[in-house]
Design a protein around this ligand. Structure first.
Ligand code: TTP
Ligand code: MG
Length: 225
């Protein structure tokens, strides 16, 4: 099963992924965690594309978005196992970040068409489609507060208006999402309730059942009647 954690910048996706990974291991559910590849965006050869994008979006947003898309596809193709927990999907780029850039006039019409073409090709790859979205619905003002506290240098330019525009696009996407189940999490995040919701969605159950079966087969082999 492919679970994807979605939400605004600074909504707490990375932290939630780490906490969930711990829970999965407590429940003996094997799961690969794929964090957002921000380190690649900060150091692509000698270029910090995240920084270049925020400093001069008109010039660099297209290049950044291009890398963001390719690095996500690369990550999923490389590490995809039966259960994966992914921080953000390329659908967030399709439904949130690319439209935000277009609304702000930071990409040209041609760049918009190119990105839409790339994203449509990439989303048609089966492994890219999540089964469940965990949507962290956090007010933009709280995200801004966290961003300031975290102090990621490149994100100094992010302001409340930008976070509000991202929030609006997320809300309308999550309300209309039909291909995957959406679990909405509001703060304070209740991990036990989330685990219950995932259980109802059958997450990890196949593995547990398989394990039980294997155990009982092994026991039968050890102690035949
Ligand atoms: P985020 O995935 O939002 O990372 P985060 O660590 O801020 O989130 P959280 O605190 O919830 O873990 O993205 C990292 C940066 O990349 C952020 O500044 C937003 C930017 N970004 C874009 O500008 N466009 C994109 O398409 C994506 C995916 C990210
Ligand atoms: Mg993160």
């Amino acid at each position: 099963m492919h679970i994807c954690v979605e939400g605004n910048i600074g909504s707490g996706k990375s932290t939630l992924c780490k906490k969930l990974a711990k829970k999965f291991s407590e429940f003996e559910i094997p799961c690969e965690i794929l964090p957002e590849p921000v380190d690649i965006w900060q150091q692509f050869y000698d270029y910090n594309l995240l920084d270049l994008m925020y400093k001069d979006p008109k010039k660099n947003a297209y290049a950044f978005q291009n890398l963001a898309l390719t690095s996500k596809v690369d990550q999923l193709q490389r590490y995809s196992t039966e259960n994966i927990l992914v921080e953000r999907s390329i659908y967030a780029q399709k439904n949130v970040f690319i439209p935000a850039l277009a609304n702000q006039g930071n990409i040209t019409e041609m760049e918009h068409l190119l990105l839409d073409y790339a994203v449509n090709v990439m989303t048609s790859i089966e492994v890219m489609q999540p089964t469940i979205y965990i949507y962290l619905k956090v007010p933009p003002i709280i995200c801004l507060d966290r961003l300031r506290q975290r102090g990621r240098n490149e994100e100094k330019m992010v302001d409340i208006e930008y976070l509000q525009s991202i929030d609006k696009l997320y809300e309308s996407w999550m309300r209309t999402e039909r291909k995957a189940q959406v679990i909405v999490l509001e703060e304070p995040f209740d991990l036990n309730l989330l685990m219950l919701n995932l259980k109802f969605a059958n997450f990890g159950l196949q593995d547990k059942e398989k394990k039980k079966e294997e155990k009982s087969k092994a026991l039968k082999r050890k102690y035949p009647k």
